[in-house]
Design a protein around this ligand. Structure first.
Ligand code: SF4
Length: 405
């Protein structure tokens, strides 16, 4: 995989067409590029996050900051990275007037995601059991995302115009994880999460690869997990950040590249790395010491979806070297959606809703907070899961499906 140079004048060699990233118009990104240049060789690379490409992706102009977060070591590092930004003190990273919630931001919300940051402290540190994607969901070091996937559930608690909140008390988060991991002892019973390690999801409410453009939180977590022989970090990502190649995870971090057919991704995965780039990066991440898995998600049932997934799986089979295939596994996750998000999307990206909102195929379920979530009706979902399993068996039989739901 060829990565962009990260020098100060790297504008001619970008990861993708960044001018297109600041628009809400889908389908404008360039395809990935071929070639192989190891991103972690003996030559010194300057940070991708200091490149013009990254700065155009995150042209931070406003930082809302809790005072303690701004004064912390991590907070000061982040503010030093964006010296031009206006810093606005806020009591809490929750419910910032004029930023959170959905009113008034629909037209601007993609721009807000790149131009605004929030610094806060994660007050309640909890790890809860999962059992599907991971054994445990750890306290993430961020909430919100600079990407703008039309189906994303991450911003649900802060309103959908939700930029990244970075939690600056990373030492407390790591200390919490250390205690939790120590309490578990060794994993005695292999399960589909992992044969021998307790797997902790560290990115439930954001994208750790994007977070690494802002701070060292992701790097600190990856380095912490390499000290814990009974545990493994895991996060899903839609962004190829070559800086992660330098973190030396020593097999203790599982990166899960999320994949969907390119046509769906161009419509739905706004501001992310092209799917071809995510696949092309897999071998480099394996060689850099990551375990590399894939999330086949979300699976969107629309006319022609089986053919599109067949094409993607054939490409995966052609493009990945055997060493990636030997250790790969996948999660299959069918689309879930939400009435509130549907209404927000109608205001800025109605074409996405033509494939996401399919009442004839979906059934609703009221969540505890009163929101109406929708998922494919039981029969539709069972048939689609079966069809996708059959496609994987035909086109990528080496890809073990860890779970599908
Ligand atoms: S990359 Fe992930 S966290 Fe970010 S908007 Fe897309 S689905 Fe949400």
């Amino acid at each position: 995989m060829r990565y962009p140079s990260a020098g100060p004048d790297d504008g001619a060699d970008t990861l993708f067409d960044v001018d297109a990233l600041d628009t809400a118009a889908p389908g404008t990104r360039t395809a990935g590029r071929g070639g192989t240049v190891p991103g972690h060789g003996p030559e010194q690379r300057s940070s991708f996050r200091d490149s013009a490409t990254a700065r155009r992706l995150l042209p931070v102009r406003t930082v809302y900051a809790e005072p303690a977060a701004a004064a912390s070591a991590r907070g000061r590092q982040i503010l030093a990275r964006f010296p031009e930004a206006e810093v606005i003190a806020v009591e809490s990273h929750w419910g910032i007037p004029g930023l959170h919630g959905n009113e008034g931001n629909v037209e601007r919300w993609v721009r807000v995601k790149g131009e605004t940051l929030v610094l806060g402290e994660k007050k309640t540190l909890t790890t809860r059991p999962n059992g599907r994607s991971a054994d445990w969901i750890g306290p993430g070091a961020s909430n919100g995302c600079a990407m703008a996937c039309a189906y994303c559930y991450v911003p649900r608690r802060k309103g959908y115009a939700n930029p990244i909140t970075v939690f600056t008390n990373i030492d407390g988060i790591i200390a919490h994880l250390a205690r939790h991991i120590a309490r578990q002892g060794r994993k005695r019973d292999p399960n589909q999460c992992d044969a021998s390690a307790w797997v902790y999801d560290i990115g439930e409410n954001g994208d750790c690869s994007v977070d690494a453009l802002i701070s060292d939180n992701t790097a600190d977590l990856v380095r912490a997990f390499r000290r814990w022989p009974t545990a493994k970090a895991s996060f899903a990502t839609k962004f190829v950040n070559p800086d992660l190649l330098a973190l030396d995870p020593r097999g203790r971090t599982r990166i899960r590249f999320s994949l969907m057919p390119s046509a769906d991704s161009r419509l739905l995965d706004l501001r992310t790395s092209p799917v071809g780039d995510r696949i092309a990066a897999a071998a480099d991440f394996l060689d850099a010491g990551y375990e590399v898995h894939f999330n086949l998600s979300p699976v969107v049932v629309r006319p022609g979806w089986r053919e599109a997934w067949s094409e993607l799986l054939r490409h995966l089979d052609d493009a990945l070297p055997d060493r990636v295939k030997r250790q790969a596994a996948a999660e299959v996750i069918m689309l879930t959606h939400n009435r509130e998000l549907h209404e927000v999307n109608l205001g800025w990206h109605p074409r996405a809703e033509e494939v996401l909102w399919r009442p004839a195929l979906q059934q609703g379920k009221r969540s505890e907070n009163g929101a109406l979530n929708v998922r494919y009706a039981t029969r539709v979902k069972a048939e689609a899961v079966r069809a996708l399993r059959d496609l994987v068996a035909s086109h990528a039989p080496w890809l073990r499906i860890r779970y599908a739901f």
